[in-house]
Design a protein around this ligand. Structure first.
Ligand SMILES: Nc1ncnc2c1ncn2[C@@H]1O[C@H](COP(=O)(O)OP(=O)(O)O)[C@@H](O)[C@H]1O
Ligand SMILES: Cc1cn([C@H]2C[C@H](O)[C@@H](COP(=O)(O)OP(=O)(O)O)O2)c(=O)[nH]c1=O
Length: 209
């Protein structure tokens, strides 16, 4: 029996990490073995690549896309696939669709390029369900200001036009793959958003019965 693979996507500050924690706790409480992980990161090698990508001065667009794909490859091979194969569920804060939105749609690479890197790097692994959180930019910014006190990383600090493009790219992906994506308005309280998350995941839980 393989586990289920759930990813959380959206712009910075929409509440992905908060919802990831709530979801993993809820699944564990139902007796479902489940791990939380994140991208870029999740393994020692991928966390090292995360620091290169986010804490430095940045890379040329193709190198940036390759580094995200390389981090993902290590993460899939060493953590995600083994967990799924032993029957554990995996909840991942960002995954492939972040590369499609940030490097593919808003960046210079395009969707085909990102999907080619993913085919090579991670054997094309796709999530069973992807939750896309949406929030008006001003609300996301207020949450980020409170969390990070004005400090942002190499990608978060790109301008509003870039982040608007990212949001449009995410929306297009969700439109194109309605069977995998569920879009969740993230403006409510953490508990209200969590209720919507559980509603979106319920069909996967029912397949276990
Ligand atoms: N539903 C919510 N309403 C208000 N604040 C929230 C909500 N969800 C998360 N936050 C807060 O907003 C900030 C960003 O949330 P976080 O989960 O880190 O977002 P992300 O992982 O998408 O960047 C954190 O300080 C978090 O505590
Ligand atoms: C996984 C991934 C992340 N990113 C970016 C999005 C974020 O700006 C950054 C990861 O930071 P993260 O810590 O996830 O940001 P936040 O919690 O604020 O949402 O890397 C990409 O550009 N491509 C990718 O494939």
């Amino acid at each position: 029996m393989t586990g289920r693979f759930i990813t959380l996507e959206g712009g910075e500050g929409v509440g992905k990490s908060t919802q990831s924690r709530l979801l993993v706790d809820a699944l564990n409480a139902r007796g479902i073995d489940c791990i939380a992980t994140r991208e870029p990161g999740g393994t020692p090698g991928a966390e090292a690549i995360r620091s290169l990508l986010l804490d430095g001065d940045g890379f040329a667009p193709r190198a940036e896309a390759l580094l995200f794909a390389a981090a993902r490859s290590d993460h899939v091979e060493r953590l995600i696939r083994p967990a799924l194969e032993r029957g554990s569920w995996v909840v991942c804060d960002r995954f492939l669709d972040s590369s499609r939105a940030y490097q593919g749609g808003a960046g210079a690479i395009g969707d085909d390029g990102i999907m080619q890197l993913h085919a090579l790097g991670s054997n094309g692994l796709l999530p069973d369900r992807t939750l896309l959180f949406t929030l008006p930019p001003a609300e996301a910014k207020a949450r980020l200001d409170a969390r990070d006190r004005g400090v942002s990383d190499a990608i978060g600090s790109r301008g509003d036009a870039y982040h608007d493009d990212v949001a449009r790219s995410f929306a297009r992906l969700a439109e194109r793959e309605p069977e995998r994506f569920v879009t969740i308005a993230a403006g409510g309280s953490p508990q209200e958003v969590h209720t919507e998350v559980l509603r979106a995941i319920e069909p996967l839980i029912e397949t276990l019965a």
